[in-house]
Design a protein around this ligand. Structure first.
Ligand code: C2E
Ligand code: CA
Ligand code: CA
Ligand code: CA
Length: 279
């Protein structure tokens, strides 16, 4: 038995080493991904539940590596964060997303917002606000066309500093959205202190709608509280009509998810219809 345990340990160690090695290889390859044009953004629409109007898109990063194929952001974003590459990558994402907002504005869609995911490391970095300002002015779009998606866990580490930066962005007219709501250390007092316009309910809650437990009742309460605080509520990961009708019943404002559309390339998002039929 002792010997088997030892083998098991060796196997575990070897697997850990292989994983560490793989992480280093991926990170080195990611270092050149911007220059080599391997990164691109996909856009996933959001629609108003009340009238099916498309209110905007979330920009989602894609990496098509010649060596590794399509790497999931859940895999490479953490590597980018650990290596500091998230700063140049995040800056590229902001620039690119604002250019896309410009493209929409040129087609008359000036009120369609582009939501960009930002990492804690980006917000924490000196010069974050100037990076945002420059992306807006390079593209020539109104700050109100840009929405930044932040996660609460990310902010808790340096709350005061984050809040003052977010206040400044909001004063500029940039929209702020709290992503993955319900998965972190959410507390009401905390929520009240964050200057956010929009709250995105995490897919984990939306999935509960399909189970017949009492837990799903929490969604209605989240929506009500958010509304009292003056926020708009978006449900993410909506896949079925049944989820949609429950969300409508809860007075949720907007949906995002495969029911409406998967994330699509820019060319497709640029010609997305003005409204969709949600019934
Ligand atoms: P997220 O911000 O929570 O984005 C939503 C994720 O759910 C996306 O995965 C999207 O493709 C997926 N999704 C949307 N609708 C549905 C649905 O109906 N069903 C299911 N099963 N999934 C749905 P994706 O694109 O793989 O991105 C994963 C995560 O990577 C994002 O989660 C976000 O945290 C991060 N990420 C993506 N792009 C960026 C970026 O530019 N910067 C940063 N910092 N993070 C990013
Ligand atoms: Ca997001
Ligand atoms: Ca999310
Ligand atoms: Ca998520």
């Amino acid at each position: 038995a002792k010997k088997a345990g030892k083998n098991c340990w060796r196997f575990y160690q070897a697997a850990m080493q292989a994983e560490a090695y793989e992480r280093i290889r991926l990170t080195n390859s990611l270092r050149h991904a911007i220059d080599r044009g391997e990164l691109l953004l996909y856009y996933q629409p959001q629609a108003s539940i009340a009238n099916g109007g498309i209110t905007g898109f979330e920009a989602l990063l894609r990496w098509n590596s010649p060596e590794y194929g399509a790497v999931s952001p859940d895999r490479f974003i953490p590597l980018a964060e650990q290596s500091g590459l998230i700063r140049p990558i995040g800056q590229w994402v902001l620039q690119e997303a604002c250019k896309f907002a410009r493209r929409l504005a040129d087609r008359g869609w000036t009120n369609r917002k582009i939501a960009v995911n930002v990492s804690p490391h980006q917000i924490g970095a000196d010069g974050f606000i100037s990076v945002v300002r420059k992306a807006l002015s390079d593209a020539g779009i109104k700050p109100g066309q840009l929405e930044l998606e932040i996660t609460e866990n990310a902010l808790i580490a340096s709350l005061e500093d984050s809040i003052s930066k977010l206040d400044e962005l909001q004063a500029m007219g940039v929209q702020l959205s709290l992503d993955d709501f319900g998965t972190g250390y959410s507390s009401l007092t905390y929520l009240q202190r964050l200057p956010v316009n929009t709250l995105k309910i995490d897919k984990a809650f939306i999935d509960m709608i399909l189970m017949d437990g009492a837990q799903k009742a929490i969604i209605g309460s989240i929506v009500d509280i958010a509304h009292i605080m003056g926020m708009t509520v978006v449900a993410e990961g909506v896949e079925t009509q049944r989820q949609l009708s429950y969300l409508a019943q809860c007075r949720c404002d907007r949906i995002q998810g495969y029911l409406l559309s998967r994330p699509v390339p820019a060319a497709e998002a640029a010609v997305f219809p003005g409204t969709v039929n949600l019934s």
